[in-house]
Design a binder for this molecule. Structure first.
Ligand code: IMP
Length: 436
């Protein structure tokens, strides 16, 4: 069974949605396996621009089944809003989407916890998306206060919410006494009303019911039936909870390590992994970013690349391509090849820089450091390349690219140690160059 995966190799926002959408018609099933509504995937075709957050980017092909697997954390309201807005635009969701009964649910308390903990945690804020992602995964791992999608239809659902809100309310009381530094807790509606939550979630549960099933068994049956499955990663490898720039990471395994745990499909069935990178680097939220350009070059990248968050609209921090970081992420993810995105944004720069290694306290590091404090001290060692002026956004094949653009692609491939298979020169499906 040829299972394939698309994962981001930077700090998210690598334009994975476009690649998943393109590859979808070669597959029977597309699976989201980690993360939640913190993700923002954009798909552009036929002059229309679609923003997805929880729903897999495969949803636009009517012959493809989209799956939200058990490793995803689901905010039901956000999911149903997304379903409604796609349905209103003529996308057929009902037949093409299934949602795992094992996925964990995000509740109002998770968003409050996200806000309290990230704003008052005594060190630099992670700058989360405030979607309750970390607190929901925290409850999942510690188990006793977690509620999964399947629980919404069981007899203890109401009493569980009452029990949990009781505990969370007591915790908020304590937290507001000890952690009220720099945030105004009175701005947050921290007195949880169990009955209101039960009423709201019971209605949401009924609307979600037609989509819910045991997706693990569905996918295992699909493996047995030799179906082609595409796994769609959210965020990027450098935000991976175990292997990213901890603690400035998201709370799931976004490196590709999460594919099997999140979906239930055994690793040996995933035969191809495509790593997606931007032709430069971006990061949203806090944490070290060695190649960041907090200057005119960074501003130019932000404006030309429209680097503002799909979910939170926050301006993204921008910088040069970091080949040392991507090399690490590509090895970590075991990627076979690379899809290089947004190359058109680099037109017009006189020179381009690629970070090849780091100087940390006078020592040269070819590896990505494991501790953020070391990464913070890292001075990038750059290779300087000539830029190009031509607009490349209409170019359809590799040979027509300016020679400096070809050289830039070649150096990225050499420095990362993986072949570049796809180059994207615009948001639309059509603006894609396949290298042979
Ligand atoms: P959380 O996932 O909301 O907990 O946020 C943790 C960190 O991951 C923050 O720095 C976010 O900005 C970042 N993050 C989460 N999701 C995305 C994404 O889809 N793209 C880029 N950054 C993200």
């Amino acid at each position: 069974m040829p299972g394939a995966a698309v994962i981001g190799l930077q700090w998210g926002d690598e334009a994975k949605g476009k690649i998943v959408d393109i590859l979808t018609d070669r597959n029977d099933i597309v699976v989201r396996y980690q993360g939640g509504a913190n993700a923002g995937h954009t798909v552009v075709f036929g002059g229309e621009n679609y923003k997805l957050s929880l729903i897999p980017s495969g949803i636009f092909r009517s012959n493809v089944q989209s799956v939200i697997a058990g490793g995803v954390v689901i905010d039901p309201k956000s999911l149903l809003d997304e379903i409604d807005s796609l349905t209103a635009r003529g996308v057929n969701i009902e037949k093409n989407l299934i949602i795992s009964d094992r996925a964990h649910l995000i509740f109002p308390w998770h968003k409050i916890e996200d806000k309290i903990m990230d704003t008052a945690n005594g060190h630099e804020a992670i700058g989360t998306t405030m979607r309750g992602i970390g607190p929901c995964y925290q409850d999942k791992v510690s188990r006793s206060l977690a509620i999964r999608v399947g629980d919404m239809f069981k007899s203890e659902f109401h009493s569980r919410i009452e029990y949990i809100t009781g505990i969370k309310n007591r915790r908020f009381e304590v937290l507001s006494r000890y952690l009220n530094r720099g945030i105004n807790l009175s701005d947050l509606d921290i007195e949880l009303d169990a009955k209101r939550i039960v009423d709201e979630y019971s209605k949401l549960a009924e609307r979600m019911r037609p989509y819910i099933c045991d997706t693990t068994n569905y996918l295992l049956d699909a493996v047995d039936a030799d179906k082609r499955i595409l796994f769609e990663g959210a965020q990027g490898s450098l935000l991976d909870i175990d292997h990213g720039t901890f603690p400035f990471v998201t709370s799931s395994n976004s490196s590709g390590g999460g594919i099997s745990s999140g979906s239930g499909v055994p690793p040996k069935f995933i035969s191809k992994i495509l790593g997606v990178v931007k032709a430069y680097s971006t990061r949203v939220g806090g944490g070290p970013f060695p190649t960041e350009q907090d200057n005119e070059a960074g501003e130019l990248l932000r404006n030309k690349g429209n680097e503002y968050g799909t979910v939170t609209k926050r301006p993204r921090r921008c910088g040069w391509f970091d080949a040392a970081a991507v090399r690490y992420a590509a090895r970590l993810g075991g990627v076979d090849s690379i899809s290089l995105m947004l190359l058109d944004v680099l037109s017009g720069f006189d020179i381009l820089q690629i970070c090849t290694a780091y100087n940390i306290n006078g020592r040269i590091f070819n590896h990505f450091p494991s501790h953020t404090e070391d990464l913070r001290l890292a001075i990038p060692i750059y290779e300087t390349l000539p830029g190009w002026d031509e607009d490349i956004s209409e170019i359809k094949n590799y040979d027509q690219l300016p020679s400096n653009a070809k050289y830039y692609i070649k150096r990225i491939s050499e420095l990362v140690g993986k072949k570049v298979e796809i180059v994207s020169v615009g948001a639309d499906r059509e603006k894609t160059i396949f290298l042979t």
